[in-house]
Design a protein around this ligand. Structure first.
Ligand SMILES: Cc1cc2nc3c(=O)[nH]c(=O)nc-3n(C[C@H](O)[C@H](O)[C@H](O)COP(=O)(O)OP(=O)(O)OC[C@H]3O[C@@H](n4cnc5c(N)ncnc54)[C@H](O)[C@@H]3O)c2cc1C
Length: 410
């Protein structure tokens, strides 16, 4: 097992690691191994997300998020069409329900235009119902570029291309040890080893720890935020045609609870954003002493707490009170009642936080000797994955002097 020396080892079989491996294979680098801790791909953020293909509406023009979301969204639509993966560019409605949200709605529209969106339409109160008959609001924004897909299926297609191109994917390989041995990097798991000449860290919720394991100071810490969903009962699916979002709080990195029609059928409501006491904590009771102690001892956590304590308490309350969750949804769709919703799944977001309490908004990629570390890849990283993967592959090709073969190995 440990004999072969790969040109590139990629830690993490989520959508970013797989997209990076796919981009490298497509660029002619075939000596690749993807090391995934779990027994399946897309086991964490990627497989538990909302399945939305984001348009690029929310992100600061010129940021990595904006550039990669817009390019990645179009690349993803093409990829899904070529591969026969079910998807729909169904569009979404952003709804302002209070006069104090109108300025933020204006700002969103301006950002959307600056990010090159062509299918934006500003709506008055009466026009909202043309798109979503059960919505109530005072104004809105229709975003035609938004769509839906199942990101686990997208990952399966990336994995098939990696394997067909000679790349390997090893499941149940949790990287726990790292050593440099001359020009080689040795990655070890329980009783197993992978040797490579360079590596890319795409470990999502564990990316800061993996960076430290590899001797790199990440300059941030990952804070887990659980997003809990409810599902609309089948008889009430007609309340939502496509996607209905509130106007987000511009000071907070999450979008607010919303309605999402899923590509596989059904409608989800959520996710909220509750501080999680475990990095892979999918239940309200999930707790890890190591994870909780690590952020409690981090100065940035308390600085963030001072800024966002009120919002944080609101999210906890809404997590434990279905009534509060329903009230947040009723702002968008007043007809919705508690009996229309049953508990759904949950996902945990990896959000990077700096020691000064600054929530890192943009994607963050750090280069080190024979290594690239992806330290912040929150939403819309699934949408943007093809574009991010190509960018990381370009860094690897530039820094690692990788051998490229023109022909696919047979
Ligand atoms: C609730 C929620 C809703 C979201 N909605 C959307 C959306 O609608 N649209 C969108 O574009 N984005 C969305 N996102 C964001 C998106 O899902 C993430 O940005 C994206 O999935 C990040 O991919 P990743 O590969 O970096 O991380 P992950 O998918 O978390 O993958 C990281 C992988 O690394 C593995 N790993 C960790 N440590 C090790 C180790 N030591 N050794 C080996 N493997 C390791 C993990 O097991 C995991 O599989 C959402 C996220 C969440 C949580």
């Amino acid at each position: 097992m440990g004999e072969r020396i790969y040109d590139v080892g990629i830690i993490g079989g989520g959508i970013v690691g797989l997209a990076t491996a796919m981009a490298l294979v497509k660029a002619g680098v075939h000596s690749i191994v993807v090391l995934e801790a779990e027994d399946k791909l897309a086991a964490h953020q990627t497989g538990n997300n909302s399945g939305v293909i984001h348009s690029g509406l929310y992100y600061k023009p010129g940021s990595l998020k904006a550039l990669n979301c817009v390019a990645g969204r179009e690349a993803l639509y093409r990829f899904c069409a070529e591969q026969g993966i079910a998807h729909q560019a169904c569009g979404k409605l952003v709804v302002a329900t209070r006069p104090d949200e109108l300025a933020a709605l204006d700002a969103l529209e301006k950002k959307g235009v600056a990010n090159g969106l062509k299918k934006l339409r500003r709506l008055g109160a009466s026009e909202l119902k043309e798109y979503e008959p059960h919505v109530a609001g005072i104004a809105g924004l229709w975003v035609g570029e938004t769509g839906i897909v199942d990101y686990t299926k997208v990952c399966d297609a990336y994995a098939a291309i990696i394997r067909a191109g000679g790349g390997e994917i090893r499941l149940n390989f949790r990287v726990k040890g790292f050593a440099r041995d001359g020009g080689e990097l040795r990655l070890s798991s329980d009783g197993d080893e992978a040797r490579c000449r360079s590596l890319v860290n795409c470990a999502g919720l564990q990316s800061d720890r993996v960076a430290r394991l590899c001797g790199v100071k990440p300059g941030l810490q990952i804070i887990p935020f659980r997003g809990e969903y409810y599902e609309l009962v089948p008889g009430r699916h007609d309340l939502v045609r496509n996607l209905i979002y509130p106007v987000p709080d511009p000071n907070f990195p999450f979008l607010g609870v919303h309605f999402t029609r899923m590509i596989g059928g059904g409608v989800e409501a959520g996710p909220n954003a509750v501080l999680a006491f475990k990095r892979h904590g999918y239940r309200k009771t999930s707790f890890s002493l190591r994870d909780a102690a690590q952020f409690a001892l981090y100065p940035g956590f308390w600085a963030m707490g001072l800024k966002f304590w009120k919002m944080g308490l609101g999210e906890f309350y809404r997590s434990f009170s279905k009534g509060a969750f329903v009230r947040a949804l009723q702002r968008l769709v007043p007809e919705i009642q508690p009996d229309d919703l049953v508990p759904g799944g949950a996902g945990v977001r990896a959000q990077a936080l700096e020691a000064n309490g600054f929530l890192v908004d943009d994607f963050r990629i750090r280069e080190a000797e024979r290594m690239v570390h992806v330290l912040n890849a929150p939403s819309p990283a699934a949408t943007a994955s093809i574009s991010i993967g190509e960018s990381i592959a370009a860094i690897a090709l530039k820094n690692f002097a990788l051998e490229r073969q023109q022909k696919e190995p047979s």
